[in-house]
Design a protein around this ligand. Structure first.
Ligand SMILES: [Zn+2]
Length: 465
């Protein structure tokens, strides 16, 4: 059974020296004082601090192909916003063949691993062929994404996405034809087959998602949720990312989106609201009261001009906040973490804002709160025993390079703040998923091969556009 002895180990919200970690068959079997576990087979991780791997709770891997391609104003209009970005995203989505979906996903997942992300929640809504017809195997593209995750060595929870309308009570638009899941029965049987196919694979799991109130009829929400509950699967949904969605929901139902979801009976501990950037006080209370998770994606929300998360209000109300790289504009969980805190500072003109409640002495500093968002809250959102260094959890580990110049001057007390609020992602030097070493000294074995396939795909798309 491998034994790792780092200089510091992150446990119970703090870096502590003198601990060793042992794992076997993909799980952590013991954490004990280093001198108890030390022996000839122990591996000394000198100049390294060991942490749980980051959990990326919301990703669309294929969107990695449009990074850098949406940063100028569209020729036709003088406004660039979420909706004009979406046109470019749809265009890319329509161009990808199954082998392309595999190539971009594999490259994206390797980029995630190199940034210390050991689990990805892939919100998968690319279902049909480019003409909008189902593949002979309806889950062809889901299988391409899962194969990419296996090839990269990342743990995946593929959240299969139900997508039926082009807006509330509106038919799908032509650009959305690849996303269509025509009816509930078909969606459930395809998702069930995916879940059965993943059974027994320790790195692959399935979950359920409703794309948004724009794309799923209100009457479908409860059946989808209840099917997920029957299989004990997580249930995710984009919620209130844009003001226009809130306005459309109020216009159609006289309710704000979270109020609608509460009324539909789907808010609970398995529910994750992705974004939730435009929510009222009662919606903060509803999400917190239900034990739901909000998955914030601050680098994407920044890129798309979505708006700010009510992070302090949500944390103080008791809601769980997970993090996601979403559109892959940036793949850096440290950046996702720190934007939660720094956005609040800019808005409130204060410092040290997102602290966990509990009185001055008991309050957790932002660094510990942010690291929980990137680890335990993501694990909760995806229903996986990851994101923590303790016996029984999966051995998904990252080693921080304590000799990295951006961390110079660290102490055990300041290291978490240096990582969460200042350091770049390449302080992550080594990565293990399920005990398997997948990144060593910042290098993934397949990175060059994945990069050349991705570059060829990018060039082809650029020539075709
Ligand atoms: Zn998304």
């Amino acid at each position: 059974m491998p034994i790792l002895i780092p200089d510091l180990l992150y446990q119970a919200d703090a870096f502590v020296p003198g601990r060793a970690l042992q794992y076997d068959d993909g799980r952590i079997t013991r954490i004990a004082p280093a001198d108890e576990l030390d022996g000839p087979d122990a591996i000394r991780l000198r100049g390294r601090a060991l942490m749980p791997g980051f959990v990326n709770a919301h990703s669309h891997a294929f969107q990695r192909v449009i990074r850098g391609r949406t940063q100028s104003r569209p020729a036709a209009g003088d406004v660039a916003d979420f909706w004009t970005w979406r046109v470019a995203m749809y265009r890319a989505a329509l161009a990808l063949e199954p082998a392309d979906v595999h190539a971009v996903s594999r490259f994206c997942f390797i980029e995630m691993l190199r940034a210390g992300i050991t689990t990805v929640g892939e919100f998968h809504y690319l279902h049909n062929d480019p003409r909008g017809a189902p593949y002979a195997d309806r889950a062809e593209l889901a299988h391409a994404v899962i194969r990419a995750a296996r090839d990269a060595g990342i743990r995946i929870r593929l959240l299969n996405v139900c997508y039926a309308t082009g807006g509330i009570d509106r038919p799908l638009e032509a650009g959305q034809r690849r996303f269509a899941t025509p009816d509930l029965d078909e969606f459930v049987s395809t998702t069930a087959a995916l879940a059965d196919g993943a059974a027994g694979d320790p790195l692959v799991g399935i979950g359920v998602a409703a794309h948004s109130i724009r794309a799923v009829p209100r009457a479908w929400l409860r059946p989808l949720h209840d099917w997920a509950a029957g299989r004990d699967l997580p249930f995710h949904m984009h919620v209130s990312e844009q003001v226009a969605e809130v306005d459309a929901c109020r216009g159609a139902f006289g309710l704000r989106p979270v109020e609608l979801l509460h009324g539909a009976g789907v808010l609970d501990g398995r529910f994750t609201a992705v974004h939730a950037t435009h929510i009222g006080d009662d919606e903060v209370a509803l999400l917190a009261g239900a034990g739901a998770t909000v998955c914030a994606c601050p680098t994407t929300e920044r890129d798309l001009g979505d708006g700010f998360l009510r992070a302090r209000d949500l944390v103080h109300a008791g809601a769980h906040i997970a993090l996601g790289t979403d559109s892959q504009t940036v793949i850096d969980m440290l950046e996702e973490m720190r934007l939660i805190e720094y956005h609040e500072r800019l808005l409130r003109r204060e410092r040290v804002v997102v602290t966990a409640p509990g009185g001055a002495a008991a309050a957790l500093a932002p660094a510990a709160v942010l690291i929980r968002m990137a680890t335990t809250a993501g694990a909760r959102s995806l229903h996986l025993p990851v994101g923590v260094l303790e016996q029984g959890a999966r051995a998904d580990l990252i080693a921080i390079d304590l000799e990295h110049h951006t961390l110079a001057g660290w102490t055990a007390d300041t290291l978490a703040a240096l990582i969460a609020l200042s350091a770049p992602a390449d302080v992550v030097a080594d990565v293990w998923v399920g005990g398997r070493s997948v990144v060593r000294g910042r290098v993934h074995d397949a990175q060059a091969d994945a990069a050349s396939a991705f570059t060829a795909l990018s060039r082809r798309l650029a020539e075709g556009s």
